[in-house]
Design a protein around this ligand. Structure first.
Ligand SMILES: Nc1ncnc2c1ncn2[C@@H]1O[C@H](COP(=O)(O)OP(=O)(O)O)[C@@H](O)[C@H]1O
Ligand code: SF4
Ligand SMILES: [Mg+2]
Length: 321
C-alpha cells in the first residue's frame, strides 16, 4: 500500500531548564493514503504531543528530540519553516481539542472560511462564496449560516464549521485531536460518521485521537493504543477488537460499556500511569499489569513487534522473553 506518512523512532516532549518531559517515546508507525487511523489512550499519555509533533506544530517548550517524519516522501524534519507553512492546511490540516473556540467571535462564518482559503490560493469573491457554500454543505450546515456569528451556532455546528475549514484546501491528511470531546455522545458519534463519509468521498487520510476508545468502534481502519508515550499495540481495528493482545489494551476495552451485544461486567485498571518526566525502567505498564513477569518486565522495556500480519504489540508475553 501507499504510505502517506512514515514516522520512525520519534521522541518528543517538553524541555525546561531544570527538567524534561518525555511525552512521546520511540514512536514508529505508517499511515496509508486515505486510511483512518485511530489513536487511543488515557489522558496524559502523549497523544496530543504526537499529533502536533508529526506535523511539526509542536511549539516551545515542546520539542522533537529525535526521529524521522516523512510526509508524501518529503522529509518534514529537514524542511524549512516557510515550506512547512505552505504545506499546512494544503497538504495536512488539524482540528484540535476544543477547536470550536478558535472561531473568532466577532467575525462572521463567511469571513473566517474565506480567510482560511485566501492565505493559500487566489480566488475571486464569487469563487470564495461558492467554495464556502460547498464546504458548509459537506459538513451538513446550511449555507444560510455563512452570515452568522459563531455565538449563533450550536457547539456541534461550530465544530462542523471548523472541520469544513480544515477540509477547505483538500488536504491529504486531517489530524483530529479529540475534536468532538466537548459535545454530547450522540452528536460526537454522528459527526464522526460524517467525517468518515467525507473521507470516503474525498479520499483524505485521518488520524483521529481520542481518550474514548468506544468512539472508534466500527469506524477506524486501524487502531494504535498509546501508553506512557509509546504505542504499545497497533492493528487493523477488527483484529484489535476481536483479540487485544496487550494487557493494557485488554483493560481499556473492558473499561467502557459495549454499544452493541451483551452487557458485560466492567473492569477499571487499578493504579496510575507513570510520570513522563522520569526515566522508566522496564515495561511502563509493569506496576499495573496483572500478567507481569517479575525479573523480565521490570528490567527490559518490550519493543513493538509484529506478532501476526499487521498486528504489532509491545509486551514480553509475546516476544519469547
Ligand atoms: N505545554 C506543556 N508543557 C509541559 N508539559 C506538557 C505540555 N503539554 C503536555 N505536557 C505533558 O506531556 C505529557 C503528554 O501530554 P499530552 O500529549 O497532552 O497527552 P494527551 O494528549 O494524551 O492527554 C503529559 O505528561 C503532560 O503533562
Ligand atoms: S511486558 Fe510484562 S508488564 Fe508489560 S504489559 Fe506485557 S506482561 Fe505486562
Ligand atoms: Mg490531548
Amino acid at each position: 500500500m501507499d504510505a502517506l506518512l512514515k514516522v520512525k523512532d520519534l521522541n518528543a516532549g517538553y524541555e525546561f531548564t531544570n527538567f524534561k518531559t518525555w511525552a512521546v517515546r520511540n514512536v514508529s508507525f505508517e499511515l496509508n493514503k486515505g486510511e483512518f487511523l485511530g489513536i487511543a489512550g488515557e489522558s496524559g499519555c502523549g497523544k496530543s504531543t504526537l499529533a502536533f509533533g508529526v506535523i511539526r506544530l509542536l511549539m516551545p517548550p515542546g520539542k522533537i528530540f529525535s526521529g524521522s517524519i516523512e510526509f508524501n516522501d518529503i522529509d518534514l524534519m529537514k524542511i524549512d519553516d516557510e515550506s512547512l507553512r505552505k504545506m499546512r492546511w494544503k497538504e495536512f490540516s488539524m482540528v484540535f481539542q476544543a477547536s470550536m473556540n478558535v472561531l473568532n467571535p466577532v467575525l462572521k462564518v463567511r469571513t473566517q472560511i474565506y480567510n482560511s482559503i485566501k492565505y493559500h490560493v487566489n480566488m475571486t469573491e464569487s469563487e470564495l462564496e461558492k467554495r464556502a457554500k460547498e464546504l458548509l454543505n459537506l459538513v451538513n450546515v446550511s449555507s444560510k449560516y455563512l452570515d452568522a456569528y459563531p455565538h449563533q451556532l450550536s457547539g456541534g455546528m461550530k465544530q462542523r464549521v471548523v472541520i469544513a475549514m480544515a477540509l477547505a484546501l483538500n488536504p491529504k491528511l486531517v489530524i483530529m485531536d479529540e475534536p468532538t470531546t466537548a459535545l454530547d455522545v450522540v452528536v460526537q458519534r454522528r459527526i464522526l460518521q460524517e467525517i468518515d463519509e467525507l473521507r470516503r468521498q474525498l479520499g483524505f487520510a485521518i488520524i483521529f485521537i481520542t481518550h474514548d476508545l468506544s468512539l472508534l468502534v466500527e469506524i477506524s481502519d486501524s487502531l494504535a493504543i498509546m501508553y506512557a508515550g509509546q504505542i504499545i499495540e497497533k492493528a487493523p481495528s477488527e483484529k484489535l477488537y476481536a483479540k487485544p493482545l496487550h494487557p493494557y489494551t485488554y483493560g481499556l476495552m473492558h473499561s467502557f460499556p459495549p454499544l452493541v451485544g451483551k452487557r458485560q461486567k466492567l473492569h477499571g485498571i487499578a493504579g496510575r500511569p507513570p510520570d513522563l518526566s522520569s526515566d522508566i525502567k522496564g515495561c511502563p505498564f509493569y506496576p499495573r499489569c496483572e500478567k507481569r513477569i517479575n525479573g523480565v518486565c521490570d528490567i527490559e522495556n518490550p519493543k513493538l513487534v509484529e506478532i501476526e500480519s499487521e498486528h504489532f504489540v509491545a509486551c514480553h508475553l509475546y516476544d519469547g522473553k
